[in-house]
Design a protein. Structure first.
Ligand code: SAH
Length: 362
């Protein structure tokens, strides 16, 4: 089989896609408004293929299909939780699997999306890390997760996006940046920038790149430990990007950042940790999200009991820092990114079979 060399229109940021399409229509002597017409059918009122763009004459649809591709992600598994949370496992063209979670909450619908297949960072409590890094996702695969849920019957429409699925978004900035444009641009998915959150372990060049974007995308930083000594043991990336530098980057970020802090029983949940964490948060006026460890968390960790989380939150709050405790969602379907993929690949190792990342309401 000869490889498909047609460019995938879903890989292009809005301006790029429109330019490409305009040039193509120009070359054929077709009116330019056709470009916006086609682009509108990629994200806004999505279709699976050119043939479904019935407002175009058939010969034009056929010619488009010869020149370009509209890729899709194959839905491998769909699971619904009693609390309404839904989890989707997609199979990519090369056999990789990624996960997307849709979390309803009142009038909000948050999609938790993946930016990489697997992850290189090896955070001690995270099962995606235990899978290892497979590869970066393309824009068509990142923004495409949202497109696929919009294509369902009935469609699921997001109000919020969090990059808290598999992978480290700021280690795939090349694809995440155009994906942000596709998510946010009114001509594409049209989700407000303040409703899109990038979650990172603190990849400094990525934070700079995000800060340089004019839109008000939100930044969440996975802190998880208030000192370098402890953070190093939980997050190997702390050697490359130490806490002081991450905090400094958060301080210079021109929008308010969120700290994510997963509560690990007996590890990072003591009163002294609360005091240190509060100090860091005050340093950069961060908002703190305490995350209960997913019950199926990585081997060797136990969740902090709920009443201790409440006490920890109060201690941080007493120091003048805004704190929220996240609710875990979709527990009955193990709506923890990593598990479905793990089952699918038949991995039976305890660390991988236990799930990692739970679903958060950002
Ligand atoms: N790589 C990015 C984004 C993906 S992880 C990051 O680390 O921020 C999204 C969040 O889920 C991170 O804060 C991560 O630490 C957290 N997480 C991972 N495993 C978890 C678990 N077992 N329980 C609760 N949260 C977990």
């Amino acid at each position: 089989m000869t490889p498909d060399t047609r460019p995938d229109l879903l890989d292009l940021a809005p301006d790029e896609a429109l330019t490409t399409l305009r040039e193509w229509f120009d070359a054929r002597g077709e009116p330019r408004y056709r470009a916006a017409q086609v682009f509108g059918r990629l994200w806004q009122r999505p279709v699976r293929g050119f043939d479904d763009i019935t407002e175009l004459p058939k010969p034009l649809r056929e010619a488009l299909a010869e020149a370009f591709r509209i890729s899709s992600l194959e839905l491998a598994t769909r699971q619904q939780s009693r609390d309404g949370t839904e989890k989707f496992l997609f199979r990519l063209h090369d056999g990789q699997f990624i996960e997307t979670v849709a979390i309803p909450d009142g009038d909000r619908m948050t999609f938790c999306i993946s930016s990489q297949a697997g992850c290189a960072l090896q955070c001690a409590f995270c099962a995606t890390g235990a899978m290892g890094f497979q590869r970066n996702l393309t824009p068509a695969e990142i923004a495409g997760q949202v497109r696929e849920l919009r294509l369902l019957d009935p469609p699921i429409l997001p109000t919020n996006i969090v990059f808290m699925g598999m992978g480290e978004p700021l280690m795939n900035w090349k694809a995440v940046s155009p994906s942000l444009s596709l998510l946010n641009d009114a001509r594409a998915l049209g989700i407000g920038a303040r409703h899109i959150t990038i979650s990172t372990v603190g990849v400094l060049p990525g934070i700079e790149a995000l800060a340089a974007r004019p839109e008000q995308f939100r930044l969440a930083i996975s802190i998880h430990a208030p000192s370098d000594a402890l953070r190093r043991t939980l997050m190997p990336v702390n050697v490359k990007y130490p806490l002081v530098d991450v905090i400094a980057a958060a301080r210079t970020f021109d929008r308010r950042v969120t700290f994510e802090y997963v509560m690990l029983g007996g590890v990072n949940d003591q009163p002294a940790h609360a005091a240190e964490l509060a100090q860091l948060a005050r340093d950069c006026r961060a908002f703190v999200n305490l995350i209960p460890l997913h019950p199926g968390g990585a081997m060797g960790f136990t969740p902090t009991p709920t009443e201790d989380i409440t006490r920890f939150a109060a201690a941080v709050r007493a120091r003048g820092v805004e704190v929220a405790v996240r609710r875990s969602r979709g527990l009955d379907i193990a709506a923890a990114c990593g598990q479905l993929r793990t089952e699918r690949l038949g991995r039976r190792a305890p660390v991988a079979a236990e799930t990692d990342r739970d679903v958060h309401v950002a």
